[in-house]
Each structure stands twice: as C-alpha cells, then as structure tokens.
Unconditional design. Structure first.
Length: 764
C-alpha cells in the first residue's frame, strides 16, 4: 500500500502527468482534454452501459465513532513536528493476544518519501465491545520508529502471535516483538534478526516460502525513494525458532546465478530515466496465485509494471510476469500516456498505485487482484479508479475493470479491502482515499461492483490505510482507517450499522469455506502434510479471518484424531498428520470455524499411504513409471530392494510389488534408486536413476524417479522425466523484457549505476 507526499524528487514531472498540488499539500487530479470520443468508443461505452447493474441507492453502512471509541494516539501531539495524531502509513487488524477480540496495530512515523519524525507505532487492544485501550506504553514501552508497514505472525512456533516492525527508511533498528505468557512482548531483534538490521522497506511480508512450516520474510528496498528507484527483494529464512538469517538479495542479470532463489531484475532499454520496467515497490504480498498450495510473491510497483514470482514449493522462484513492454494510451496522463504492461500482469491505467488486495471476488476458486488508482477511466471522467484483475487460475491476470466497476467516483486512493458487508456470500469493496471520502462498492452477485453513495460518513481526511473486522462482536463489519500526509493525522473508527430497510449492512451469518484443499502424497513412516486455502467474509494478513482451522482424521480399523492447522501466509493453513504404515487408508475431513463460531466443512477424502521399499527391480523401479494412464515397461520383477528415489504404491494388480501409486496422487510412481538431484531447483542437473530389470504396469501416476517429488530427475525405463521444479514446469528463468535497437547501452548504464549496491548473499 502506502502513499506519498510530494517531495523534491517529484518536483519535475513529465508532460501530461496528473500529479498536481493544491494549497493544502494534497494531490488533485486533472485529465487532458481528449476531445470528442470516436464512434467506436461511444458504441463500446453504450454496450458496457447495458451490462451495468442498476445504480445502488444511498445507504449508510457505517457510522463514525472515533470520538467515543478511539483513545488518543500515544503522545504524538507532544513530539516536535508531529500533529494531533501519528503519521500512519499502514495498519493491520489481528487478534493479537488470542482472546477472541480483534485488535489493531498502526505503522507510524516518518514522512512519505522523507525520513520524517520518529513516532510510537500504536497498538490498540480491544475489549470485544469495540472499546480500545492504548497498549503502546504499558505493553511496548512506547518505542519510537519510522515504519511503513507492520506484520503479525507466530514466528517462533509457540502458538502466540509476534510483531515485526522493520524500519522504513534505513535509520531505525528493526524490532521483533516476541509474545510471552500473559500477553507480554519483548523486543528480541538483537537475538533473532541479523545484527543491527536497519531495514529500508516500504513493504514486506511474512509467510512460509520454503515449505518447512515456519514464517519466512521478504522485504523490498526503498533506497532513496526517488522517482525511478529500482526494486530488489531480500529474503530472510526462519529456522523455526524465530531466528531469521539473510538468505538472498535479488540480483541484476549481470550478477544473477542459476542457483539463486529469485529471478533477476528485468532491465529496460526503453526509458533512460528508469532503467527498470518497474520502480518503487510500494507493497508486497504472498498469495497462491497459481493454485498449487504454495506462496507466490506479488511485487506491487508504484510506477511501471508489477511482478509475479512463482514458487516451486521450496522457496525457489521463477518469473511469472511474462514478457514486458509498453504502449501509449492518451487516456493515461502519467509519463505522457506510457503504459507499462506484461503478458500476465496488465499495466496500470492510472498514474501510480499503492496497494494490492488479494481475494477471490468472483467465487471461482482462484485469487484475483484489486489495485487502487490503476483502473482505466470511464469515458468522459477524470481522477483515478480501482483496477480489477481477474485470475485464470494459473496466475495470468486480465484487466476487466470497466466491465465490473460502475459508478465509482474518481479520487486519489491508497488501499482497497475485500469484505462481505451484507452477508450475501460476495466480497464488497471499501476504498481508502486521500483528501476525499472513503468509498463503498457493493457486489451484485455477478462479479460486478456498484458504488454506494453515503455508504461511509463523508469525512475528508488523508487515509493511507484501511482494515476491516467485527471489532464489537455484533456480526457487522467495522473499519479502522490510518491517517497521514494531510490533516490532523487522527485515525478513525467506523462502526458498521444495519440499515432499517435491510438493504445495507447485515450481520455475518455465513460459515467459512475452503477455496481449495490439497490432497497430499502420504509416504510410510513420514508425517503427512497438507495445506488448505480458507475463505471467509473478510481477508486478513495474519490469518485471523477465521478463529480455527483443523483436520479430523481416522485410520481404517485404527486410531482417530484431530489436528489444529497453523497459518502459513496468504489464505493458506498447514496441517501435519501422524506418520502411518504402508498401505494404510486415512480418511481426512477439514473444518474451519470463524469468529462467530460458524463452522464450515471442506471436502472429505481418503489417502492411501504409499510404500517406500519393495522388490520389483534390481535397484530400479518396480514398474517403469510411465505417464498418467500409460503403462510402463512390463516384465518379470527382478530382485533387489528399491531405493527412496521414488515411492511405491499399493500392491499391484496383476504384477509385482512396487507398482505406481493411485492415478490422482502425483509423484507416486514406482520406487527407484536414483540419486537425489543437487539442490539446484532452477533447472539443475537431474539425479541419476538406477537400472530396472522390469516390473509391473504403472498405475497411472507419473514416475518421480531420480529425486524427491517435484524436483525432477531421469526416470528409469519407460518413465517420464520432469525437469526443474515439478509443478512449475522447471525453474529456468529468462529476462523477457523487450529491447530496442541501440538501447543496450542505456540498460547497461542503469545496471552499472546499481552495481556498487549489489552484493552476493555469500562469497562465491
């Protein structure tokens, strides 16, 4: 998310920019005179008008209770250079002490592009009735800093939420607050973060990237925050106890190695002022955009094309952005109408953007994106609009803004939030605006959104952040907004209200659902790990959209139990079931309980535990693998014990032991003795499979011989080789930016300017 005040870096703008200032210091927007629309454009506008839902009547969804419910900010008015409230760039709602009540944390301090004043990052604890107590002094001893975001998560695996406060300007030491008994918090950054770490990050995120069940960390780099600031990501891996170690910094192409976890930056030869296709990574999100139950990375650039990094499940990423390019659109006033776009991430049709909201708003089982300020303008309108990007289920997004957003007034916005305000099973949108009113857009049930006037009290302030939750326990969703950049900086609390005629807000009566449930590959003697994508009436960065997620299981003729899931980031929860013997059948039933104790049940299914070893080849696979539905090489089974390179299946039908696994369970082909490949998920050398002297027919699964599932390898006879990163079809990375003849020296210049800053994660 985040926003900015005009700085010396922004004082010179290209022709056509709509960044202009008023006497108050806030931005106003103007649109170039485009003249008369063409007949084709008019026809298109008329066609879209027929598709628009009926305009919504003015309905109040919220009332402003700031004066009665919000405690004074923690002494910000007493700090020289501060106002009545703190400069808040970001806020997050979370049940911080697990008492069943949603609290709120604010990222305070600093300016927008300037270092600014250090201020306490306020924490309000909720009594469950929407009465908030300022805990910043009593619990956190009112430490001051300059933050752009704040994160909440259980980093040390003790079941209690912790707080990460990385510096936003490179001048404040990062803070990591570990929660202890009775809700006490102790800053243990000196023990758990790299020594003296002073982050310079406008955006970061916590989540399990490498599949080991703990929360890792990725930050963006703000550098000088000037126009054209290039973007480099930094990854810190968690050892499970909350200790974070620097793993990698993203590299320019000239410094990039195939073994790196991140793909390289994408250099641009098209614009000498901006040697990268995207700059100023203002926000960063983890989300499973390709539906493979691991966390991908969304890098939201304030300017230029944003990026998608697709995870192989072990924390190695390939570029999912696709080929990048630019074109001229006279309806976009930024940089004389230049639009930076890519094959999989449509360009911004507005001058800048601050926040990406991730939710399945069209209820098709994948995660879509909403961006403030980036939507194309309706014909004849001025200002900036919410952009709607629809996912195809594999991480390719299509811009459908003008077919889905209707009646929204143009504004300079800062954040979008998905929340089902009227309990109809569809996400509605609330939008935080700068110097204007917040906005409410109600879903009509067909994937379209209609602006509702007077949905939120008309308070003109400078909202930089917004979050939603049922803070007072009445079932209606409430809002907090964070203020900065203009006005008094007083954060505001809006309580949800049910309209008397029943057309406005309604209490949440819908149980949570499962966007997806992973069917795991169960191997004898090893814990069974599965992930669940959970959806409820609002989104939450800390996983607090629900109170509890668990899995009940039973073993045929044996034990039964229930295991609580842990939040691993995005909308994903992870469950680890006890190890079982080979050929055991386990029935699995997921359940999620929301904060109103409504229970939602996921699909129940059975898993058969696969055998590791068996006779069926002289060191090779007990069937020759084969692709799904294709028989491997038959023959009489040889003798010998299979290695762990593949996983044996159930006792074969009409063949020897070691046949492939069930068709619907990937990577359960016959056992092989191939070596595990070197840890080079970016398309490294495959393992060497053992020789096979025959075996029984494969049962339809693709052989995973030559390595652990998903890492590829050379199969034994008849198997199908998989290269690179399993589900992601390998991890070879290429820079796909278009280049112009004669532009190479420009890119080289841009890279050379940054070369001094780049350093390897370790000595080479």
């Amino acid at each position: 998310m985040t926003h900015r005040k005009l700085s010396v870096n922004d004082s010179v703008r290209s022709a056509g920019s709509n960044d202009s200032t008023t006497t108050s210091g806030l931005r106003s927007s103007s649109r170039p005179n485009l003249g008369r629309a063409t007949s084709g454009a008019s026809a298109l506008a008329l066609a879209i008008a027929f598709l628009a839902p009926k305009p919504a009547a003015a309905v109040p969804f919220f009332q402003d209770l700031t004066d009665t419910k919000s405690p004074p900010d923690s002494g910000c008015a007493l700090i020289p250079g501060s106002k009545a409230g703190c400069f808040t760039s970001w806020l997050v709602a979370s049940d911080l002490n697990d008492d069943g009540h949603m609290d709120v944390l604010f990222a305070n301090g600093g300016g927008y592009y300037a270092v600014g004043v250090a201020e306490p990052s306020v924490v309000y604890m909720n009594d469950g009735l929407g009465n908030f107590v300022d805990a910043t002094g009593p619990v956190f001893n009112s430490p001051t800093s300059r933050l752009r975001q704040v994160g909440v998560g259980d980093v040390n695996g003790d079941g209690l939420k912790d707080i990460l406060q990385p510096g936003g300007y490179g001048v404040d030491v990062d803070k990591l607050w570990i929660q202890g008994p009775a809700g006490t918090f102790t800053d243990k950054a000196a023990e758990l973060l790299p020594p003296g770490l002073k982050s310079n990050t406008p955006g970061f995120h916590l989540g399990d990237l490498d599949g080991d069940g703990d929360l890792d960390l990725v930050t963006t780099d703000w550098l000088t925050a000037a126009t054209g600031t290039p973007v480099f990501l930094t990854m810190y891996l968690n050892d499970g106890t909350g200790k974070f170690t620097l793993e990698e910094e993203e590299q320019d192409p000239a410094f990039w190695l195939p073994s790196d976890r991140f793909p390289p930056t994408i250099a641009s030869a098209a614009n000498p002022q901006t040697p990268y296709w995207g700059s100023r990574a203002i926000d960063l999100d983890f989300a499973d955009v390709d539906n493979d139950f691991d966390l991908d990375i969304l890098v939201n650039m304030r300017n230029g094309v944003s990026r998608i990094f697709l995870n192989d499940g072990k924390g190695y990423f390939k570029d999912g952005t696709g080929k990048v390019s630019m074109f001229t659109d006279p309806n976009v006033s930024a940089q004389a109408g230049l639009v930076y776009t890519s094959a999989n991430m449509p360009g911004k049709r507005g001058p800048y953007v601050y926040n990406t909201e991730v939710c399945d708003f069209d209820n098709d089982g994948d995660l879509d994106l909403l961006l403030d300020n980036a939507g194309s303008r309706p014909t004849g309108q001025t200002g900036n609009y919410t952009q709607v990007l629809v996912n195809d289920g594999k991480g390719k997004f299509t811009d459908e803004t003008r077919a889905r957003i209707f009646g929204e007034p143009g504004a300079d916005d800062n954040a979008v939030k998905c929340v089902d305000l009227n309990s109809d099973g569809n996400y509605d949108l609330v939008v935080a605006s700068l110097g204007n009113f917040e906005k409410v857009l109600i879903a009509d049930g067909t994937g379209k959104f209609n602006y509702v006037s007077d949905g939120i009290p008309a308070v003109r302030d400078s909202s930089l952040g917004i979050d939603a939750a049922d803070f007072d326990g009445d079932g209606l969703f409430d809002l907090w907004t964070g203020q900065g950049e203009g006005g008094t900086y007083v954060n505001r609390y809006y309580q949800g209200v049910a309209a008397p005629e029943g057309t406005g807000a309604k209490p949440d009566t819908r149980a949570p659902t499962f966007r997806g449930v992973q069917k795991p590959v169960a191997v004898e003697g090893k814990p069974i790990v599965l992930r669940l994508a959970v959806k409820d009436a609002f989104t939450n960065d800390a996983g607090d959209m629900v109170k509890d997620v668990s899995v009940s299981y039973s073993v045929l003729g044996g034990m039964a139990g229930k295991v609580k899931a842990t939040f691993v980031g995005g909308d994903l929860f992870q469950v680890t079931l006890p190890a079982q013997a080979a050929y055991t059948q386990i029935s699995v039933s997921p359940v999620a309980t929301d904060r109103r104790n409504l229970k939602g049940y996921g699909p129940s299914f059975a898993v058969t535990v696969q055998a590791i070893a068996g006779s069926g080849g002289s060191g090779g696979s007990g069937g020759s693998g084969g692709t799904a539905g294709t028989a491997g090489t038959g023959g009489t089974a040889g003798s010998g014990v299979a290695g762990e390179g593949g996983v044996g299946g159930e006792p074969p039908v009409g063949g020897s032991a070691g046949a492939g696994g069930e068709p619907e369970e990937p990577s359960v082909g016959g056992a092989g003795t191939g070596n595990e490949p070197e840890p080079e998920p970016m398309g490294g050398e495959p393992g060497v499979s053992g020789s096979s002297t025959g075996g029984s027919t494969s049962m339809g699964a693709t052989s995973s011989v030559g390595g652990e599932p998903g890492e590829g390898g050379v199969p034994s006879t008849g198997g199908t080789s998989t290269s690179g990163g399993g589900d992601d079809d390998g991890c070879s990375v290429s820079s796909t930016a278009t280049s112009a003849s004669g532009g190479g020296w420009i890119a080289a210049l841009g890279l050379a300017l940054m070369a001094g800053r780049r350093r390897r994660k370790r000595s080479e």
